[in-house]
Each structure stands twice: as C-alpha cells, then as structure tokens.
Design a protein around this ligand. Structure first.
Ligand code: MV4
Length: 480
C-alpha cells in the first residue's frame, strides 16, 4: 500500500496522514471549496478539489472520491469517522474498484447499522442485552403487553437509528400507543425505515465502550474500555480511559463480550462495541460502531498502540502482531473535544475567524488539531476544532494537566467548549468518578459555568497577588 486517500477533513484527516507518513505511505487529500486553505490540504502529498462546500456536494460524493483515487493510483482509502465511514455502499464501491477500504467489510457495516440485525447476530453469542423485543414491532397492542411485562419506563428505539437518534422514553402505559405511532413515523422520515423495537429503560447508566481490533486471519483483540458518559444531547464531550468503575474482572468480561460481538459479524479492522453499565455494574450490549471513533486517542495512549497503523497493516492483509496478553493499561488518558460552540449560549455553534489560535504543549499533552490561526471556522461541517488529550500515571494527574492545558489553549475570535472542560474537571462528581450519562443535565448550567469561572478567576488573582507580594519582599532594599 504505497498511497492512501483520506476521504475526510479536519483533525482526523491530519491524524490519519501523520501515521501514513510515519509508515512511508504517500497521502492524498480531498477538499471542498470551503476547505481550500485547510491544513489537511497542505499536509498531504497531493490534494484534489472535489466540490462545493456542502458535504453532499463534496465529502459525501463516493463516486467522485473513487474517480480521484483511480486517477491518482491510490491503493487504499481511509474514511475517518462520519461522512462515508459507515456507508456500506461506499465500502463496496472501493472493493469493486480494487481499492482497499481501510475499515470493515460492507457486510459488517450493514449488520451493525441495523440495531435489530445487530441484536440478531449477537444473540447467538450469549451477550447480555437489555430486556426487550428483538423483532420490529408490527402489532402495537401486542407490543404494549410486552412493555407491561418488561415494566415502564421503556424506550422505543428505531432499528436504523443510533447515537441517540430515534429514541423515545415512554414513562407509562397510557402514553404507549401515541408514542409508538410517533416513533414509527419519525423513523420513516429520518431513516426511511419505520422498524422500531422496545427495551427496558436503564435509568442511570454509564456509557462504556470497548475498542476492538480484528485482522483477516481470525485474530481479534480488545484494547480496553473508554468511559464516554459525559455527553450533551448524545454528543460526547469528555472521554477517558480507563473507566474508574471497572474492576479487572469486569474489564475482562466486557472485553471478551466485545470480541464475541466482533466475531458475530466477521469484523475486520478497528471497531467499538458500546455497552450500558447500570448502577449494579450489570452491562448490556447497545450497538457496535464500525469505524475509528473520535475518542480513539485515549485508548492508544493507555495501551501504547497506534490504531491507524494497525488499521493500515490489517488492510494490507498483515496478521496482528499484538497478543491480548501483551496488552496492559499504562496510566490514564482524558480527552476534551474542543468545539466551536458557546457553552454560555446553549452550545450554539460559534463560527467566525480564529484571530488567535495557539495550542498548549508539554509532557502529557496531545492535541489532534484541524485548524490554524487566521482561519475561518466553516459553517458547513461538524464544529469540532480539535481534541485536547492529557495523560499521566494517575487520573488525578491527567485531570490537573487538563485544567492547565485548557488554560494554556489560546483561542480568540470564537467561543469554544474549553471553559466547559474546566467546569467538568473541577466538578466533585467528575473528580470522584461518581457520574453517569445524566451528568450534564444534572450538574451543568450556564450559571454554574459562570460561577466556576468566577471562582477560578478569584483564585488566579489571589495567586498573582501572593506572588507579587513575595516578589516585593525579595526586592525590598536593605535599610541603610
Ligand atoms: C439506552 C439507554 C437506557 N436504556 N437504552 C444512547 C445512544 C445509543 N448509544 C443508545 N443510548 C442509550 N440507550 C436503554 N434501554 C441510555 C442510552 C444513552 C443515553 C440516553 C439518554 C441520554 C444520554 C445517553 C447517553 C448514552 C447512552
């Protein structure tokens, strides 16, 4: 594999290209008119304009991307995350054109893209799942009877949904039929597929996901867990590895379950198996993401691997040269997604010009970044600027380093979620590890952020005054 095209933009495009360069592989960037001056364009060995700014006129144009790949004799295409990364048709198009899709086979994408097909495939492997139905509901009165036996509250989920889309909580029996009808019509409109199923609603879950890697020789390993419970409207904001609540036994049990899920769909490449963990530490299979995830760096750091390097090696047909018993957790890693959003204004996108944009540097700090000072933040794409990752021997060290790195991260011209990261890191519930997927709803408000920033400013001022007075003491001239 001498040349790969990265069918993506922003931080992940640069991140993938960095590993390709490390491996001596040439890189091709594709870009839209809005990304003409984006760093991933200049970072690549070759770059091709593929269309106008809107994603469906550029980064989602599979045919156009294949055409560019063929014209430039590309051997492999890395899709990153989002865009075409979980598009089975695009994976098939690559296969048909003898271009290696650096990801799973289209079959695995299809199976795991349907929650019901995923449940069907996984059922044979005796993986714990939330009590519920595993067929699409066709008879609502019958479904209501099942809901009553499960016990309210229940969740109605769209089979073609995912990541929180197409989910409805039903608190009581009287709401069931109306909610069911709405869920079906929403699923038809959103996904073109009205198949829905029901599950017992797990009240205060943690979102724990296991990183897996599988090669084409039957080897499947897990690279431990990531805690992704700090989410806002199903968008992860803070992720970490390992999770504070997993015991070694539970970690091994969930890791083996994740490996079985990968085997259930003949998985190849990097994938993530999502679980819910309830308050009694029971875990339940949720879904499998058939792509490299945004938060993969925290797993790379604690497991000392380069997941993109492993993806490329697997895509080249190489057998994994890592044995499960070789893998050990080393330290703790924390990731904050730096979004161009205003946490004091309901996290609304904050587009504009990066007048100042300087990254923190230092031991234990990694920034996977997609922007540079002087750039405009385009309105057309996901507003994530970068991922700020800190790591240390302990969780406390990673947290303290995160607070310092955020303070050193200089951004002017737009608002970002950096202050939200400081709020989370200073919050007792987070520091103690006592949180679940409702953390943001439970603890966050603009006022709380404001108070936290005020308190932060006061402490900084007191430190400055103390330092000044100490300096004065040292400077005091001797009495003559
Ligand atoms: C659930 C659940 C509770 N009970 N299923 C969210 C998106 C997708 N990964 C599945 N998700 C959930 N499924 C049952 N039976 C809780 C989540 C969930 C969640 C729900 C509401 C708000 C935030 C959430 C974050 C992670 C997981």
């Amino acid at each position: 594999m001498k040349k790969i095209l990265v069918a993506n933009r922003g931080e992940i495009a640069i991140r993938v290209m960095s590993t390709a360069k490390k491996m001596g592989i040439k890189t091709v960037a594709v870009y839209s008119t809005a990304d003409r001056h984006a760093p991933h364009v200049t970072f690549a060995d070759e770059a091709v304009l593929i269309g106008e700014a809107p994603s469906n006129q550029s980064y989602l144009l599979g045919d156009k991307i294949i055409e560019v790949a063929k014209n430039l004799n590309v051997d492999g295409i890395h899709p990153g995350y989002g865009f075409l990364s979980e598009n089975a048709d695009f994976a098939e198009l690559c296969e048909k054109n003898n271009i290696q899709f650096i990801g799973p086979k289209s079959h695995a994408i299809k199976v795991m893209g349907s929650k019901l097909a995923a449940k069907e495939a996984v059922k044979a492997y005796d993986i714990p799942m939330v009590p519920g139905t595993d067929q699409a509901i066709t008879d609502i009165p019958e479904a209501k009877k099942i809901a009553k036996t499960i016990g309210f509250p229940i969740l109605i989920k769209a089979s073609a949904g995912g990541g929180g889309k197409g989910m409805r909580v039903v608190e009581k029996e009287s709401e069931f039929e109306s909610q069911m009808n709405r869920a079906i019509s929403e699923a038809v409109n959103a996904f073109g597929d009205g198949s829905v199923f029901i599950e017992k609603y797990v009240g205060s879950p943690r979102h724990i996901e296991i990183q897996v890697m599988a090669d084409t020789h039957g080897n499947v390993i897990h690279l431990f867990e990531r805690e992704c419970s700090i989410q806002r409207r199903h968008q992860k904001v803070v992720e970490e590895a390992p999770s504070v609540v997993l015991t070694p036994e539970l970690r091994e049990e969930m890791g083996q379950a994740a490996i079985k899920v990968a085997k259930a769909c003949d998985y190849v490449g990097a994938g993530t198996v999502e679980f819910l963990l309830d308050e009694n530490k029971n875990f339940y299979f949720l879904e499998m993401n058939t792509r490299l995830q945004v938060e993969h760096p925290v797993s790379e750091i604690i497991a000392s691997v380069d997941l993109v390097e492993l993806q490329i090696k697997v895509a080249r047909g190489e057998a994994l040269n890592i044995k499960q018993e070789d893998l050990k957790i080393n330290g703790h890693a924390l990731e904050l997604r730096v979004y161009a959003e205003d946490p004091l204004n309901d996290f609304l996108p904050s587009v504009g010009h990066l007048d100042v944009y300087k990254l923190p540097v230092g031991k234990g700090i990694r920034v996977d970044n997609g922007f540079k000072q002087g750039m405009d933040v385009p309105i057309y794409y996901d507003p994530m600027l970068a991922k700020l990752i800190t790591y240390g021997k302990t969780r406390e060290e990673a947290i303290q380093l995160m607070i310092k790195a955020i303070a050193d991260y200089q951004v002017e011209g737009i608002k970002t979620t950096l202050p939200f990261g400081t709020f989370v890191c200073n919050h007792e519930a987070f520091k103690s590890g006592n949180f679940d997927t409702h953390f943001v709803k439970k603890h966050y408000s603009p006022e709380a952020l404001h108070e936290a920033s005020e308190a932060e400013a006061k402490i900084a001022a007191m430190i400055a005054v103390k330092q000044y007075l100490e300096d004065q003491k040292q400077l005091r001239l001797p009495n003559y």
